[in-house]
Design a protein around this ligand. Sequence first.
Ligand SMILES: NC(=O)c1ccc[n+]([C@@H]2O[C@H](COP(=O)([O-])OP(=O)(O)OC[C@H]3O[C@@H](n4cnc5c(N)ncnc54)[C@H](OP(=O)(O)O)[C@@H]3O)[C@@H](O)[C@H]2O)c1
Length: 238
Amino acid sequence: MQRVLWITGAGSGMGRAVARVAAAAGWTVALSGRRADALRDTASEVTAAGGTALELPLDVRDGDAVRAARARIVEEFGRIDALVLAAGRNTPQRAWGDQRIETFHDVVAVNLGAVVTVVDAALPDLRTSSGVVVVVSSYAGWSFHPSAGVAYSASKTALGSVARTLNAQEAAHGVRATHLCPGDVATDFLSQRPTVPDAAARELMLTPDDIARTVQFVLDSPAHVRIDELVVSPVSQR
Ligand SMILES: NC(=O)c1ccc[n+]([C@@H]2O[C@H](COP(=O)([O-])OP(=O)(O)OC[C@H]3O[C@@H](n4cnc5c(N)ncnc54)[C@H](OP(=O)(O)O)[C@@H]3O)[C@@H](O)[C@H]2O)c1
């Protein structure tokens, strides 16, 4: 049976690794993010390995675009079995004393609002397929992390509630959500830190493939198994 996974943030980092690993495990992948060229590269990796990928460039803050993408996936494949919601952002201006309020609202819109928008759009399909939602949150969404920033901490912490309300209210339809909380992962995301980690620091971090392997475990778990929360961190995490 064909199983269809829609990934946001699929053009880089964890999203791209999830696409590669899921496709190798037999999943058909739909790829979203703003950069069409980055999605094309992810799709090329998937198809070169014999998988099937559909590129759907969009800005996750655009609700109409999200709903149109959902319709396109259903038109193309007839179903959606899982979401991996990896699109996210931060900002180097993280403190009450230096943040811009417009940036605060945008971080919340991408990290929290858009996650809800995508789940809302795909929920009818997930109900039909007893689907899985993997919400890529953060270590800072699991345990308070002073350097993560006002907007990032607040938005990622709220994702725990998003997953829990889904699990509480949608269990009757077999829908299962995982609040996935990675520690430091060596991706482009680190360039948004006030002090960008050097190569030696990145050597100690998780790789996107470490997270993809974890996500694959969730995706391939039997339909009666729900994995509510996972915290995955490098041994060096503080
Ligand atoms: N790296 C870490 O240490 C770490 C740790 C814990 C959690 N996380 C979380 O993990 C997730 C994936 O991050 P990553 O580390 O893999 O970094 P990444 O490579 O920078 O991935 C972030 C992705 O989000 C997409 N994105 C950002 N804004 C978007 C928008 N408005 N619309 C659509 N897509 C958007 C980006 O694609 P476009 O620019 O093409 O849109 C990009 O592919 C993020 O949610 C991040 O908060 C990261």
